[in-house]
Design a protein around this ligand. Structure first.
Ligand code: NAD
Length: 434
């Protein structure tokens, strides 16, 4: 990749440009804007792991804490070969904005380990997770920074983190991560929360008649890129709502059926074969092609920078719902806005995940267990309310929904920012069970 292209697709740079634009719109005090343009703390770790063949391999990982004006840092841990400092900084920054958009009292953080989890055994992944936790333990904890799952990490990885962190501090601490298995203090509804939150946002957008020609989900055509926790669950919800999911993809390729895929069958096929290709009643195609298909709703649910200046002119969807973090670059976003393609930004569209993570954390601290109905009802209320507020803010300032979301969130962050100057504000660090 050449340097110019790298600069255009540096996700942290994209996030910072939006913060500057939103700060200008609301005349944000410069010290608050500058704090949001940098990160509160960055930890890079390097640690050895014993592999199954007896060899020892070193891994590099990061935990980045972006901002905690509204509460403890919160954000997932990603296992991927492309993990890098700018990506994790961007993901941490988006978490701060996201928590502000849904108005939960948390700040932004994110972590990642450079590895290829697909080439590692479960035992190797467990040892790597434990090694990573030993290195980041001094800066995480239920009152400071609470990780969660992200790409290629799941409830099992979270359970290893609880166990290793608890060993480090000498007592069982469930509230150190969210996205745990139910039997280990996980929340009902967390596994589907990101997709469910996206569904609530989409329904509210339709109810508010925000997208011309999109008056219901029935028979609407949907394309989903990424078929993991967020993407596959969302595709299933769309199928249940009577929409036609015409194409889906994963890291190995894509499948298409213009008459509509049978999503439960596709999920069964993926579970059995570990890939989507050669699924019955579907033709094989590519990830690039499905992004450019004629459809009502396009749902990027994999990784960053998939809609860029290179393909944006060929995007035909009426609405883009960003379940992934950062799938549309800032330049492409501006082109889509001009073309009147509505983009529901990641910081709203996928915020159901962190919202139910917050619920899980609260249940752990209060030693409660909420029913699935209770969780979903609370989630729906939060997503509906804040979707309306994002739309109102965007309309008021005559900007895109993305900038509307940033303006809404940064206004909320600014209300709490002066607390940073109060004596004893950092007392929370003293209570970190260390
Ligand atoms: P996951 O690991 O469960 O699934 C990732 C999916 O993306 C897999 O199907 C994988 O095959 C696919 N993929 C990977 N590389 C790809 C590529 N180059 N092209 C197409 N598909 C590719 O991860 P997830 O939890 O579903 O996360 C997906 C996105 O959603 C990420 O951007 C993540 O940050 C975001 N997100 C997830 C959550 C959550 O709660 N899981 C919350 C908020 C945001």
């Amino acid at each position: 990749m050449n340097l110019l292209k790298m600069a255009r697709t540096n996700p942290h740079q994209n996030a910072k440009e939006l913060i500057i634009e939103a700060a200008d719109k609301i005349n944000l005090e410069p010290w608050i804007r500058d704090a949001l343009l940098t990160t509160h703390r960055e930890l890079k770790v390097y640690f050895p792991v014993q592999m199954d063949d007896g060899s020892i391999k070193n891994f590099t990982g990061y935990r980045i804490q972006h901002n905690h004006m509204r509460g403890p840092f919160k954000g997932g841990i990603r296992y991927h070969w492309n993990v890098n400092l700018n990506e994790v900084r961007a993901l941490a920054t988006w978490m701060t904005i996201k928590c502000g958009v849904v108005d939960i009292p948390m700040g932004g953080g994110k972590g990642g380990v450079i590895c290829n989890p697909k080439d590692m055994s479960e035992k190797e992944l467990e040892r790597m997770t434990r090694g990573f936790v030993q290195r980041i333990a001094p800066i995480i904890g239920p009152n400071i920074d609470i990780p969660a799952p992200d790409v290629y990490t799941n409830a099992k990885v979270m359970s290893w983190i609880v166990d290793e962190y608890s060993k480090c501090v000498g007592k069982k601490v469930l509230a150190v991560v969210t996205g745990k298995p139910l039997e280990l203090g996980g929340s009902e509804g967390r596994d589907k929360a990101t997709a469910k939150g996206g569904l609530f946002v989409l329904k509210e957008i339709i109810k508010e008649k925000y997208v011309k020609g999109l008056d219901s989900l029935k028979d609407k055509t949907v394309v989903v890129q990424g078929f993991g926790n967020a993407g596959a669950t969302f595709a299933q919800f769309m199928y249940e709502e009577g929409a036609k999911v015409i194409a889906v993809s994963d890291s190995k390729g894509a499948i298409v059926n213009k008459g509509g895929l049978d999503i439960p069958k596709v999920i069964e096929h993926k579970t059995k074969t570990k890939c989507l290709g050669d699924c019955s009643d579907a033709a094989n195609t590519t990830n690039e092609d499905i992004l450019e298909m004629d459809c009502d709703i396009l749902v990027p649910a994999a990784l960053e920078n998939v809609i860029t200046m290179e393909n944006v002119e060929r995007i035909k969807a009426k609405l883009i719902l960003e379940l992934a973090n950062g799938p549309v670059t800032t330049g492409a976003d501006k082109v889509l806005y001009k073309k009147k393609v509505v983009v529901i930004p990641d910081v709203l569209a996928n915020a159901g995940g962190v919202t139910v993570s917050y619920f899980e954390w609260r249940q752990n601290l209060d030693e409660e267990h909420w029913s699935k109905e209770e969780v979903n009802k609370k989630l729906e209320k939060i997503m509906n309310r804040n979707t309306k507020l994002v739309i109102e803010t965007a309309k008021k300032h005559e900007v895109s929904t993305r900038l509307g979301a940033y303006i809404l969130s940064m206004g909320r962050i600014a209300e709490k920012a002066p607390d940073e100057l109060k004596e004893g504000h950092f007392n929370c660090y003293m209570n970190n069970n260390l």
